[in-house]
Write a protein that binds this ligand. Sequence first.
Ligand code: AMP
Ligand code: MG
Length: 405
Amino acid sequence: MRPFTSTIALEEARRRLNAAIRPITRIERVPLDEAAGRVAAADVTSAIDVPPFARSAMDGYALIAADSAAATRSTPAQLRLLDRIYTGQMSTVTIARGTCAEIATGAPLPAGADAVIMVEETARNADGNTVDIFAPASAGQHIGRRGADIAGGDRVVAAGDRLSPSRVGAIAAIGQADAAVFARPRVAILSTGNEVVEPGRALAPGQIFDVNRFTLGAIVSAHGGVPEPHHAAQDTVAALVAALDACTTADLIVFSGGSSVGERDLVVDAIAARGEMIFHGIAVRPGKPTAFATIGPDATPFFGMPGNPTSCLSNAYILLVPFLRALARLPPHTPRTVRAPLGSRIASAVNRHQFYTVRLRDGVALPAFKGSGDITSLSQADGYIEIPADQSVVEQGASVLVTLF
Ligand code: AMP
Ligand code: MG
């Protein structure tokens, strides 16, 4: 047994993590179908005007506004119909005084016209060749002018922008089929422990199913990374060093288990063989036995998460998510919070910043934390409250801020 000689405060752990962030520099091109959620690696500038032609914004008639200046329902202006213009087709006519053309929404405005009047304010005469206009149109009315949306030379997306659905749409509007984006960080995920078995297989006595590989993989996918799952490693220094060596192409390595102080907790020795420890032990609960290191000649960042599933996942939310998003150049995650009265008293560990899971029922926050080893401490909770290191009790009825998962 090698007890923790000391732990560092959560804020200090965050400071050291921030200092180790090296945002991804690899760039790739992805088809627009796959671009949503990615981070633009370069400005995207339009070579064209959008729309590329002046177009009607309504179904109606293209006309010269001055022809309708005195029009009313009882004294309509009567215009001669020259053409019917559908979308995707250029009209060859020129609208002159006293004439008009039927036009569909999105169809190109014919030459000479300076306004569109909507069909509801018109009536086609029985002869089929003339149209009554019942209201005055103003010049420019219901016309989308060329380049009104995007002008040639406009920047539609800036480097570093997250490609939301609407930004993907802006790139499509200018006719680009793909986008240059930053690569998603590759995150090697590996569980350690002689007892850990892949779900779907049979458990031998003394074994448990691997939880952490899947919770970590889900978190990594949700926050801009590509999880690269590895087979669980046995509890020997040699196995862990070999496991580290198998992860060297990753941008980030996340192990779970073996980070504590039991005699088989050998992650510390493996780090000593291959890298440099940045911290080991944080004054948080759950999740105290968490290590952070850099590995190999590239100083690949390494998280050594606790094996207990709730400790592992809690620290994944609190420490891994912000780190991964910064690597991926994504904006910080801002979970929703709600205020609620606490349903029953919570005693908190002294000198450890506690993340305590709660369930929300009828507007009340009910304690949901069972134990660090119980995944249901999280899976049956809606969020967590934070209890600072210097606070030992939160009384029933106190107003607490719940951060929702
Ligand atoms: P460790 O951090 O390796 O000392 O493990 C602490 C506890 O978490 C032990 O009860 C382990 O069996 C359990 N554990 C470790 N890794 C996992 C895992 N990947 N999935 C589920 N439980 C685990
Ligand atoms: Mg273990």
